[in-house]
Design a protein around this ligand. Sequence first.
Ligand SMILES: O=C(CO)COP(=O)(O)O
Length: 250
Amino acid sequence: MRKLIVAGNWKMNGTRQLAADMVHALKETSLPTDVSVVVFPPSILVGSFVDCSGCKTGIQNINSEPSGAYTGELSASMVKEAGCSYVLVGHSERRSLFGEQDDLVAAKVKAAVGNGLMPVLCVGETLEQREAGDYLAVIKSQVVLGLSRLSIAELEKVTLAYEPVWAIGTGRTATPEQAQNVHASVREVLAEEYSRKVADEMSILYGGSVNAKSAGALFAQPDIDGGLVGGASLKVNEFLTICSAAADNV
Ligand SMILES: O=C(CO)COP(=O)(O)O
């Protein structure tokens, strides 16, 4: 059974006060057990979330190496020890601003799984790639290369997130049909590359300007298993509304 997940990616935003408010609100909110909430705060705020009964905690990035002279970096085992369960890998901001390519993404996915973390592998096309019409091939290659170091058994630890770059932080959400189309194609890629079981069981989240208004119609799509929310996850009430929209689709 695939999980319905609402994840909040705070990026380089948020304060200890916001973290305390979010933790408090999530503890007070009762959601069906089939809905998982994950918050990815900046790493320095992870400690505020790890004991929260209403959500799981994620980290926004790891280094693929186990330890060593990598100033400023965190290894998967450190993140696990700090109480995180999830890690974002391959976010388009990491790809475009920090030059991360598919081989590094694959190494991070492997390091995550090898250390008991669940990677959320992010994929998605730029506006240019969408307009050129070859976006499904771009997304396919990001999925296949990103997962290339995992065994079949390890795939069950992975969540995918489709985040079209043109929809991130732009207020221009993909339509439910556009997103469903890509999610269904990604599921077909998983079935072809691995098996129908893998395809049916992997959660695929949608991200890109998800907000309280757009969440319901997106989450109602058959191949959309929740959302990876940026800006709207920094507003406590709006994030809770998005979580409730997922609960409505259990
Ligand atoms: O990048 C995102 C989540 O990882 C999406 O960000 P926005 O929801 O702000 O568009």
